[in-house]
Design a protein around this ligand. Sequence first.
Ligand code: G6P
Length: 612
Amino acid sequence: MCGIVAYIGPRQACPILIKGLHRLEYRGYDSAGIAILNSELKLFKSKGKVSDLEELIEGKDLSGTVGIAHTRWATHGEPNDVNAHPHFSFSKNLAIIHNGIIENYAPLKQELLKRGFTFQSDTDTEVLIHLIEDIQLNEHVSLDKAVQIALNQVVGAYAIVIIDKNDPDTLIVARKGSPLVVGIGDKEFFVASDATPIVEYTREVVYLNDEEIAILKRNDELKIRTITNIAKTPYVQTLEINLSALEKEGFEHFMLKEIYEQPRSIRDSMRGRLNVKSGVVSLGGIIEYQQKLISAKRIIIVACGTSWHAGIVGEYLIEELARIPVEVEYASEFRYRNPVIYEDDVVIAISQSGETADTLAAIELAKSKGATIIGICNVVGSSIARATHAGSYTHAGPEIGVASTKAFTAQVTLLTLMALMIADRKGTISKSRYHQIINELDAIPAKVEKTLLVNDKIIELAGIFKDSRNALYLGRGYNFPVAMEGALKLKEISYIHAEGYPAAEMKHGPIALIDEEMPVVIIATNKGTYEKVVSNIQEVKARKGKIIAIVTEGDQTVKALADHIIEVPETEEMLVPLIATIPLQLLSYHIAVLRGCNVDQPRNLAKSVTVE
Ligand code: G6P
């Protein structure tokens, strides 16, 4: 979603801001803008990509050592030049960039209209900056005070940065709901909606908390106050992101790089947690709450998108291994449907970004009912990581491609570790079975490496199916969420309509869609229900569907039936999602490339969805 970058210090701001916007492109956006102050407050913005903005500012004098910049993902008002950020205040003395939504913007706007204000854009953001200026002028207060007063009138979420033409030495920054990080350099400050634009300049950062306002003054220390005027001591953290993780490193797209990173990222998510020799699984981040998990009568998993699919794998794992009932909920449904939540429930919130608004709200709801909340997040220091009682980071490294790949396998790895840990402590698994599974889990990174060798075969298949208009993905048991995830990947980046279904459920509807045009991807690696999956394949074949089957190496039965097969290494059935997902990621990737789609930044999608 929207991206924020701002700079104040001794260097030229423009190159830092433009580079920062490029770093944030992965979040998804539809317009971009910049404002630089140097006696004049110069502002440029345009619909489209950051490269369009670069064309617009080419040859213009944008020298200056303080500035703000933004990529916008439209919520209020269509994506166009006028609605793009930054927005000027009425006098054009102030300019603002904003992530989030001001929910009560309509009554605030009415009030301002009555008082003679006019508006250029359809945005809620312009209402906020007019309001701030109105307060500043009428109440004769400093800008930071005016921001404080205005934010007390605002309902909704915001991360904002304000620049003042009359004060080139200050930026005012505030946050509620939408993330904001301040980087502290040598006599300079960087601001961004996540750490990616900051990491190459400084590793010292402060994550603002909700309802905090930061005052960034040249040659001064960072000052933070709450909107209720309580002074806060900044809590400085050190970033651990590696700069190379933010580059493509020779791959054509981030998504492909991230698919290929999976042997490493899965290993990293197990590092220090799985000790095969001693047979111990330990999750340091949740140790204090481990007993709650072990004795839980019920576990509720909340998540969105790909993380929700990981949640379904988690449900199957925890129920099978630890014998605790699990419910998996879309966070957006859970938060609004008045769910029954008990104090002894344990809620596991899964989120790559750690910023998904619905998941965050679901956590707050469950917390208010007294449940224990465990997080599984990828982004360190993110809002969800901080809102949970305890948690485990997935350690997959920054995921830049909008379509989630390595984060999914890392989430599934952690859920497997969690299920094994609970099962072992509860005694719901025999020692020999436990050792069998952890040994196999340890072998997964090497098997993923081997699975990646199917790439050439997948390129061939992508060529055959690139013009399909629909696709069906089928799987049973652990392969059902894999089917859903495969279909989601195809939809997201190639814009081909795809459905993921439990294989047996196909006959209750989707079978009506099958004809000779329809590619049907079937994950047929099952052991327990192999014969049943074979029957499902027969049903598709009888309707002339084109079968692409993911099978275990050496499989003969399905090979004889399918139009195309992709062989993957054999593993424990419960670990198959970590392997079978890989060819499906590659298939959607290559189809999208052949269709000329923007793989890393698919249309209309955002990497972290910070609005509901
Ligand atoms: C967006 C992303 C998806 C992601 C979902 C949940 O829709 O495009 O890739 O799965 O949000 O995000 P989270 O960061 O909470 O895992």
